[in-house]
Design a protein around this ligand. Structure first.
Ligand code: ADP
Ligand code: MG
Length: 454
């Protein structure tokens, strides 16, 4: 993300300035520090690239304490500096791209996804436990494991985490991560190209020990490809080699998938990942804040709660909205403390788009009521309970019930998880007031008019 890059650059510039001030000998600075930069921040480590190997050795021995304390002073965070020279960095990056592989040269594990940065809650606990289990015992217990669920809930993350963990614990195992679409592409290339020499199936048998396949639903209705995949799968199974798959739904529902494959997947261990509970979502957000080098205390709890609630169903969307907030804060508002107004401003258009796509009717009611009382819609669905907000909330409940006949439970959920008796009370209160209170009659009429309802 641009913002993170510019932030880390600014951070390192400040650290360098501090070091320069502290050093007696300017030649040391020119020799070892100039030309250095931060390549990434991983957990609490700042990975700093040096121009030469000697520089990285000198810095990590003689100057480490000085650098660490300068970082601490500038960032007020206990980062540890780790030095790597630029040639070694290139080599380590090359290793990741697998250019020496005969097939699937572009399929590689993303080191960013691991178990440490995967937040576990009841929605993903089983899948995560199984993923950890196969990482530590590949091919031993559950084979295949298939993780299924809607988009944006962490399936790909877990698959990479498995691969990275196996690489760490069993360095001699050759792990292949591939998206099912990559398999289709490689298969087409293979069939169209010369088929002499090692066949694709043989290559899998002899060159891969652990197979991780993302989004197997992409194989559906591709008969020939499925047949080849089946042969590969079967050879892995009979050799006790671990296979882990992900899919957007339970394997039994993958209509159009080769029946033999389907039954193999169903007999393995299908595990679902669901949308996380709000608490898990808040933890994911806090983790993301920290991994961006920011302080959770700069975000008002209301912001965290609002984001977690609004984007609970898709963590990718949650991350997108959060990135947008950071961009807005850094480039437009230029503020450190982030309150709910700023957060709302940053994602207003996202929410408007989301609202026009789904829950249109209830959203429209809440919007109209909020407008009428000069409030923001999120205040009506949130927890704050001033008498005016409570009244607006009750009117929204009443209108949702009478105009749309939305079930009480659903209304309760919409208004921040209230139970149905609270909704009944709210609706009754408005009904009672409507009988005598002319202000209330007037308000309801005006709100209805703004919704084009007479
Ligand atoms: P899927 O493959 O199910 O569509 P991804 O694995 O690509 O979803 O996840 C989307 C984003 O959300 C990724 O950046 C991932 O790191 C993040 N994410 C999802 N679940 C979690 C979690 N439990 N903890 C931390 N990050 C998560
Ligand atoms: Mg995915």
């Amino acid at each position: 993300m641009d913002k993170t890059i510019s932030e880390t650059t600014a951070l390192w510039d400040r650290v360098l300035k501090k070091i320069n001030d502290k050093l007696q000998n300017k030649t040391t600075y020119d020799f070892f520090f100039s030309g250095t930069y931060i390549s990434s921040i991983e957990q609490n480590q700042l990975i700093i690239v040096t121009t030469t190997k000697i520089a990285s050795e000198i810095l990590s021995t003689s100057y480490k304490a000085l650098v660490d304390s300068a970082i601490q002073e500038v960032s007020e965070t206990n980062y540890e500096a780790v030095f790597i020279d630029k040639d070694s960095l290139k080599k380590s990056q090359k290793k990741i791209t697998n250019t020496t592989r005969k097939y699937f040269q572009n399929s590689c594990l993303n080191p960013k996804y691991n178990f440490e940065n995967f937040v576990v809650g009841s929605s993903n606990r089983e899948a995560c436990q199984a993923a950890l289990c196969v990482s530590q015992n590949p091919g031993k217990f559950y084979n295949p494991v298939l993780i299924y669920g809607n988009s944006g809930l962490g399936k790909t993350h877990l698959l990479h985490a498995i691969g990275n963990e196996i690489n760490k614990c069993f360095p001699s195992y050759r792990v292949l991560y591939m998206h099912a679409q990559d398999f289709l592409d490689e298969y087409v290339k293979y069939v169209n190209g010369n088929k002499t020499g090692e066949s694709l199936i043989d290559w899998f048998k002899s060159s891969v020990d652990v197979l991780l396949v993302d989004d197997v639903q992409f194989l559906v209705n591709k008969k020939k490809t499925e047949e080849t995949f089946f042969s590969i799968y079967d050879s892995f199974y009979s050799m006790n080699k671990q296979v882990v798959l992900t899919s957007d739904q339970h394997p039994s529902k993958l209509n159009g998938l080769d029946e033999r494959l389907k039954s193999r997947f169903v007999q393995g261990l299908p595990l679902s990942i669901d949308a996380p509970e709000k608490e898990t979502c808040e933890l994911i957000l806090k983790l993301k804040i920290k991994s961006n080098g920011l302080d959770v205390n700069d975000f008002s709890p209301e912001v965290i709660s609002f984001f977690a609630e609004k984007f609970r169903k898709n963590i990718r969307e949650l991350e997108g909205a959060f990135d947008r907030l950071l961009f807005y804060v850094v480039n437009i508002k230029k503020t450190k403390k982030i309150d709910i107004e700023i957060a709302m401003d940053s994602i207003r258009s996202l929410i408007d788009v989301k609202n026009s796509e789904e829950e249109l009717s209830m959203d429209a009611i809440v919007k109209a009521v909020a407008n009428f009382y000069n409030l923001a819609p999120y205040q009506l669905t949130g927890k704050i309970r001033t008498s005016q907000i409570a009244l607006a909330r009750h009117i929204s409940m009443y209108l949702s019930r009478t105009l749309l006949n939305v079930p009480l439970i659903k209304i309760g959920e919409y208004f921040g998880g209230k139970d149905h008796t609270t909704v009944i009370n709210g609706v009754k209160k408005v009904e009672k007031m409507l009988k005598t209170d002319t202000d209330m009659q007037d308000a309801i009429n005006k709100i209805k008019a703004s919704l084009n309802i007479s």
